[in-house]
Design a protein around this ligand. Structure first.
Ligand code: UDX
Length: 445
């Protein structure tokens, strides 16, 4: 008990997007359960609807942080560059006020890898810092590879199919065409961002929400590239229960799931940012209805509504919610498959419940995850090119009714067991968390 009382405050700075806030809050809960006090810095625009569920957490607003709506206006690359430029001064003000008011008790600033302005602030206050990577280790290594490329030459090289299919050194099975650049145009600016993230980094460790059984060779490479301690302690959501949704969860879908047959339902969600084109929604809706399998579909507020011609049919055959309690849905016995954009959180959450996937990624990082889901872990079906209703119907049937889908589910269940072992006493993630805690207790200020 005495030792607990000595433990100090950890400052957490997530990137202000749902897919990054969620794992950061889970990390906060993991560290809080080890006795650390937690302060979370968030933008004004993304208060967590359930912040009351995090007793003992302190929430501080960084006034100057960019509203997320800017992502749509200027694109993700310029958003991140601008966010890092505009937030540094006000973050420093907030931290110095905190130090004056609460005493000099910050053990460490843990910041999202993409919020690299925090590195400079931590240096100025002589507080240790650690980066938190919310995507896969393979993705981080790919960004290192990209940071060393010349944009113009790379784009010319990529016109040659042989070079497209060439495997990136030490990173089998990732080939140059898999490097996660799609959606982050123009490439030149994206490479500027990749370099900024690396050069502005002053952290003495890197936490990553992954599990070594998924990508151990990428973790080894990441460790070599970073040259600092790497703590792969995922999947963080398994050991923490509180939700950190920015939207209210609609639990009526659980009652609907309770009425469905075991492993019959396809759950559809495209995460918290991306929106599907109306033409594709129409094909999806028709294909799903033609498959005759029940489906639960998340259509977020603000995304394109269902076209009128399918709206009635969809609400008869499926169930629509604005935002679901995703982990509870995936754990439900009625769910047989997950149609996902393959964001890293959704990928980990699906595997953690042994649910096979239909992969429909939007951008580069999700495409990389989808490639691993289909070809490396072999727990999903990748839908490429234009989506049409016949292809949707076939994919749903393959996943839910065919032998092929059953084998994918078996492999996903094996990974689920490995996930559980990794967070249990003596497991890789369990040990990584304890090593991190040990570092924060002994080295942290
Ligand atoms: C973004 C990027 O798109 C993704 O590629 C990156 O890996 C993380 O940042 P996002 O698109 O939101 O994230 O996807 P994802 O990583 O899957 O995160 C979505 C989160 O929202 C998940 O934790 C999921 O459980 C949650 N969610 C989604 C809900 O709780 N309810 C829903 O209805 C839908």
């Amino acid at each position: 008990m005495e030792k607990r009382a000595e433990k100090k405050r950890i400052v957490l700075v997530p990137l202000p997007l749902q897919g990054h806030i969620t794992p950061m809050m889970q990390l906060g809960q993991a560290l809080n359960s080890k006795g650390f006090s937690i302060t979370v810095f968030l933008g004004e625009f993304n208060r967590i609807s359930s912040s009351k569920h995090f007793p003992g957490f302190q929430f501080i607003t960084i006034p100057e942080i960019l509203p997320v709506a800017e992502v749509e206006a200027i694109g993700p690359v310029e958003f991140l560059i601008k966010l890092n430029k505009t937030s540094e001064a006000s973050f420093k003000d907030c931290v110095s006020q905190m130090l004056i008011q609460q005493g000099n008790d910050i053990a460490c600033i843990i910041y999202d890898d993409l919020m690299y302005f925090c590195g400079a602030a931590a240096n100025e206050f002589k507080v240790p810092s650690i980066i938190f990577c919310t995507t896969s280790a393979t993705h981080k290594v790919c960004n290192y590879v990209l940071s060393k490329l010349n944009a113009e030459k790379f784009l010319i090289d990529m016109e040659d199919p042989d070079l497209q299919n060439k495997v990136v050194e030490n990173l089998h099975p990732v080939s140059f065409k898999d490097l996660p650049i799609g959606g982050f145009e123009p490439l030149e600016r994206f490479l500027v961002l990749c370099r900024e993230i690396i050069t502005k980094r002053s952290a003495c460790g890197a936490i990553i929400n992954t599990v070594s059984c998924l990508e151990s060779s990428s973790l080894t490479l990441l460790q070599q590239e970073l040259g600092i301690s790497v703590y792969p302690l995922g999947p963080l959501h398994i050991t923490t229960k509180e939700t950190s949704s920015l939207l209210e969860e609609d639990r009526s879908c659980i009652e609907w799931l309770n009425k469905q047959k075991p492993r019959s339902v396809i759950y559809i969600s495209m995460g918290s940012i991306f929106d599907i084109e109306t033409k594709e929604v129409l094909e999806m809706a028709n294909g799903l209805c033609d498959s005759n399998q029940p489906f639960l579909w998340v259509i977020r507020p603000g995304s394109k509504p269902l076209p009128e011609e399918v709206s009635k049919m969809v609400s008869e055959k499926g169930f629509i919610v604005k935002w679901a309690p995703q982990n509870e849905v995936l754990a439900h016995p009625a769910v047989g498959g997950f149609w996902s954009h393959c964001g890293w959180n959704s990928t980990l959450e699906s595997i953690a419940e042994g649910v096979p996937m239909i992969c429909r990624p939007f951008n580069g990082e999700q495409k990389l995850n989808a490639m691993y889901i289909e070809s490396v872990w072999r727990i999903g079906i990748l839908l490429q090119g234009e989506v049409e209703r016949g292809g949707v119907e076939r994919a749903v049937k393959r996943l839910i009714m065919d032998e092929e889908g059953a084998s994918m589910r078996e492999r996903a269940l094996v990974l689920k067991e490995k996930f559980n072992a990794s967070v249990s006493s003596g497991g890789s993630s369990y040990n990584a968390l304890n090593e991190l805690v040990n570092y924060l207790e002994t080295e942290g200020k």
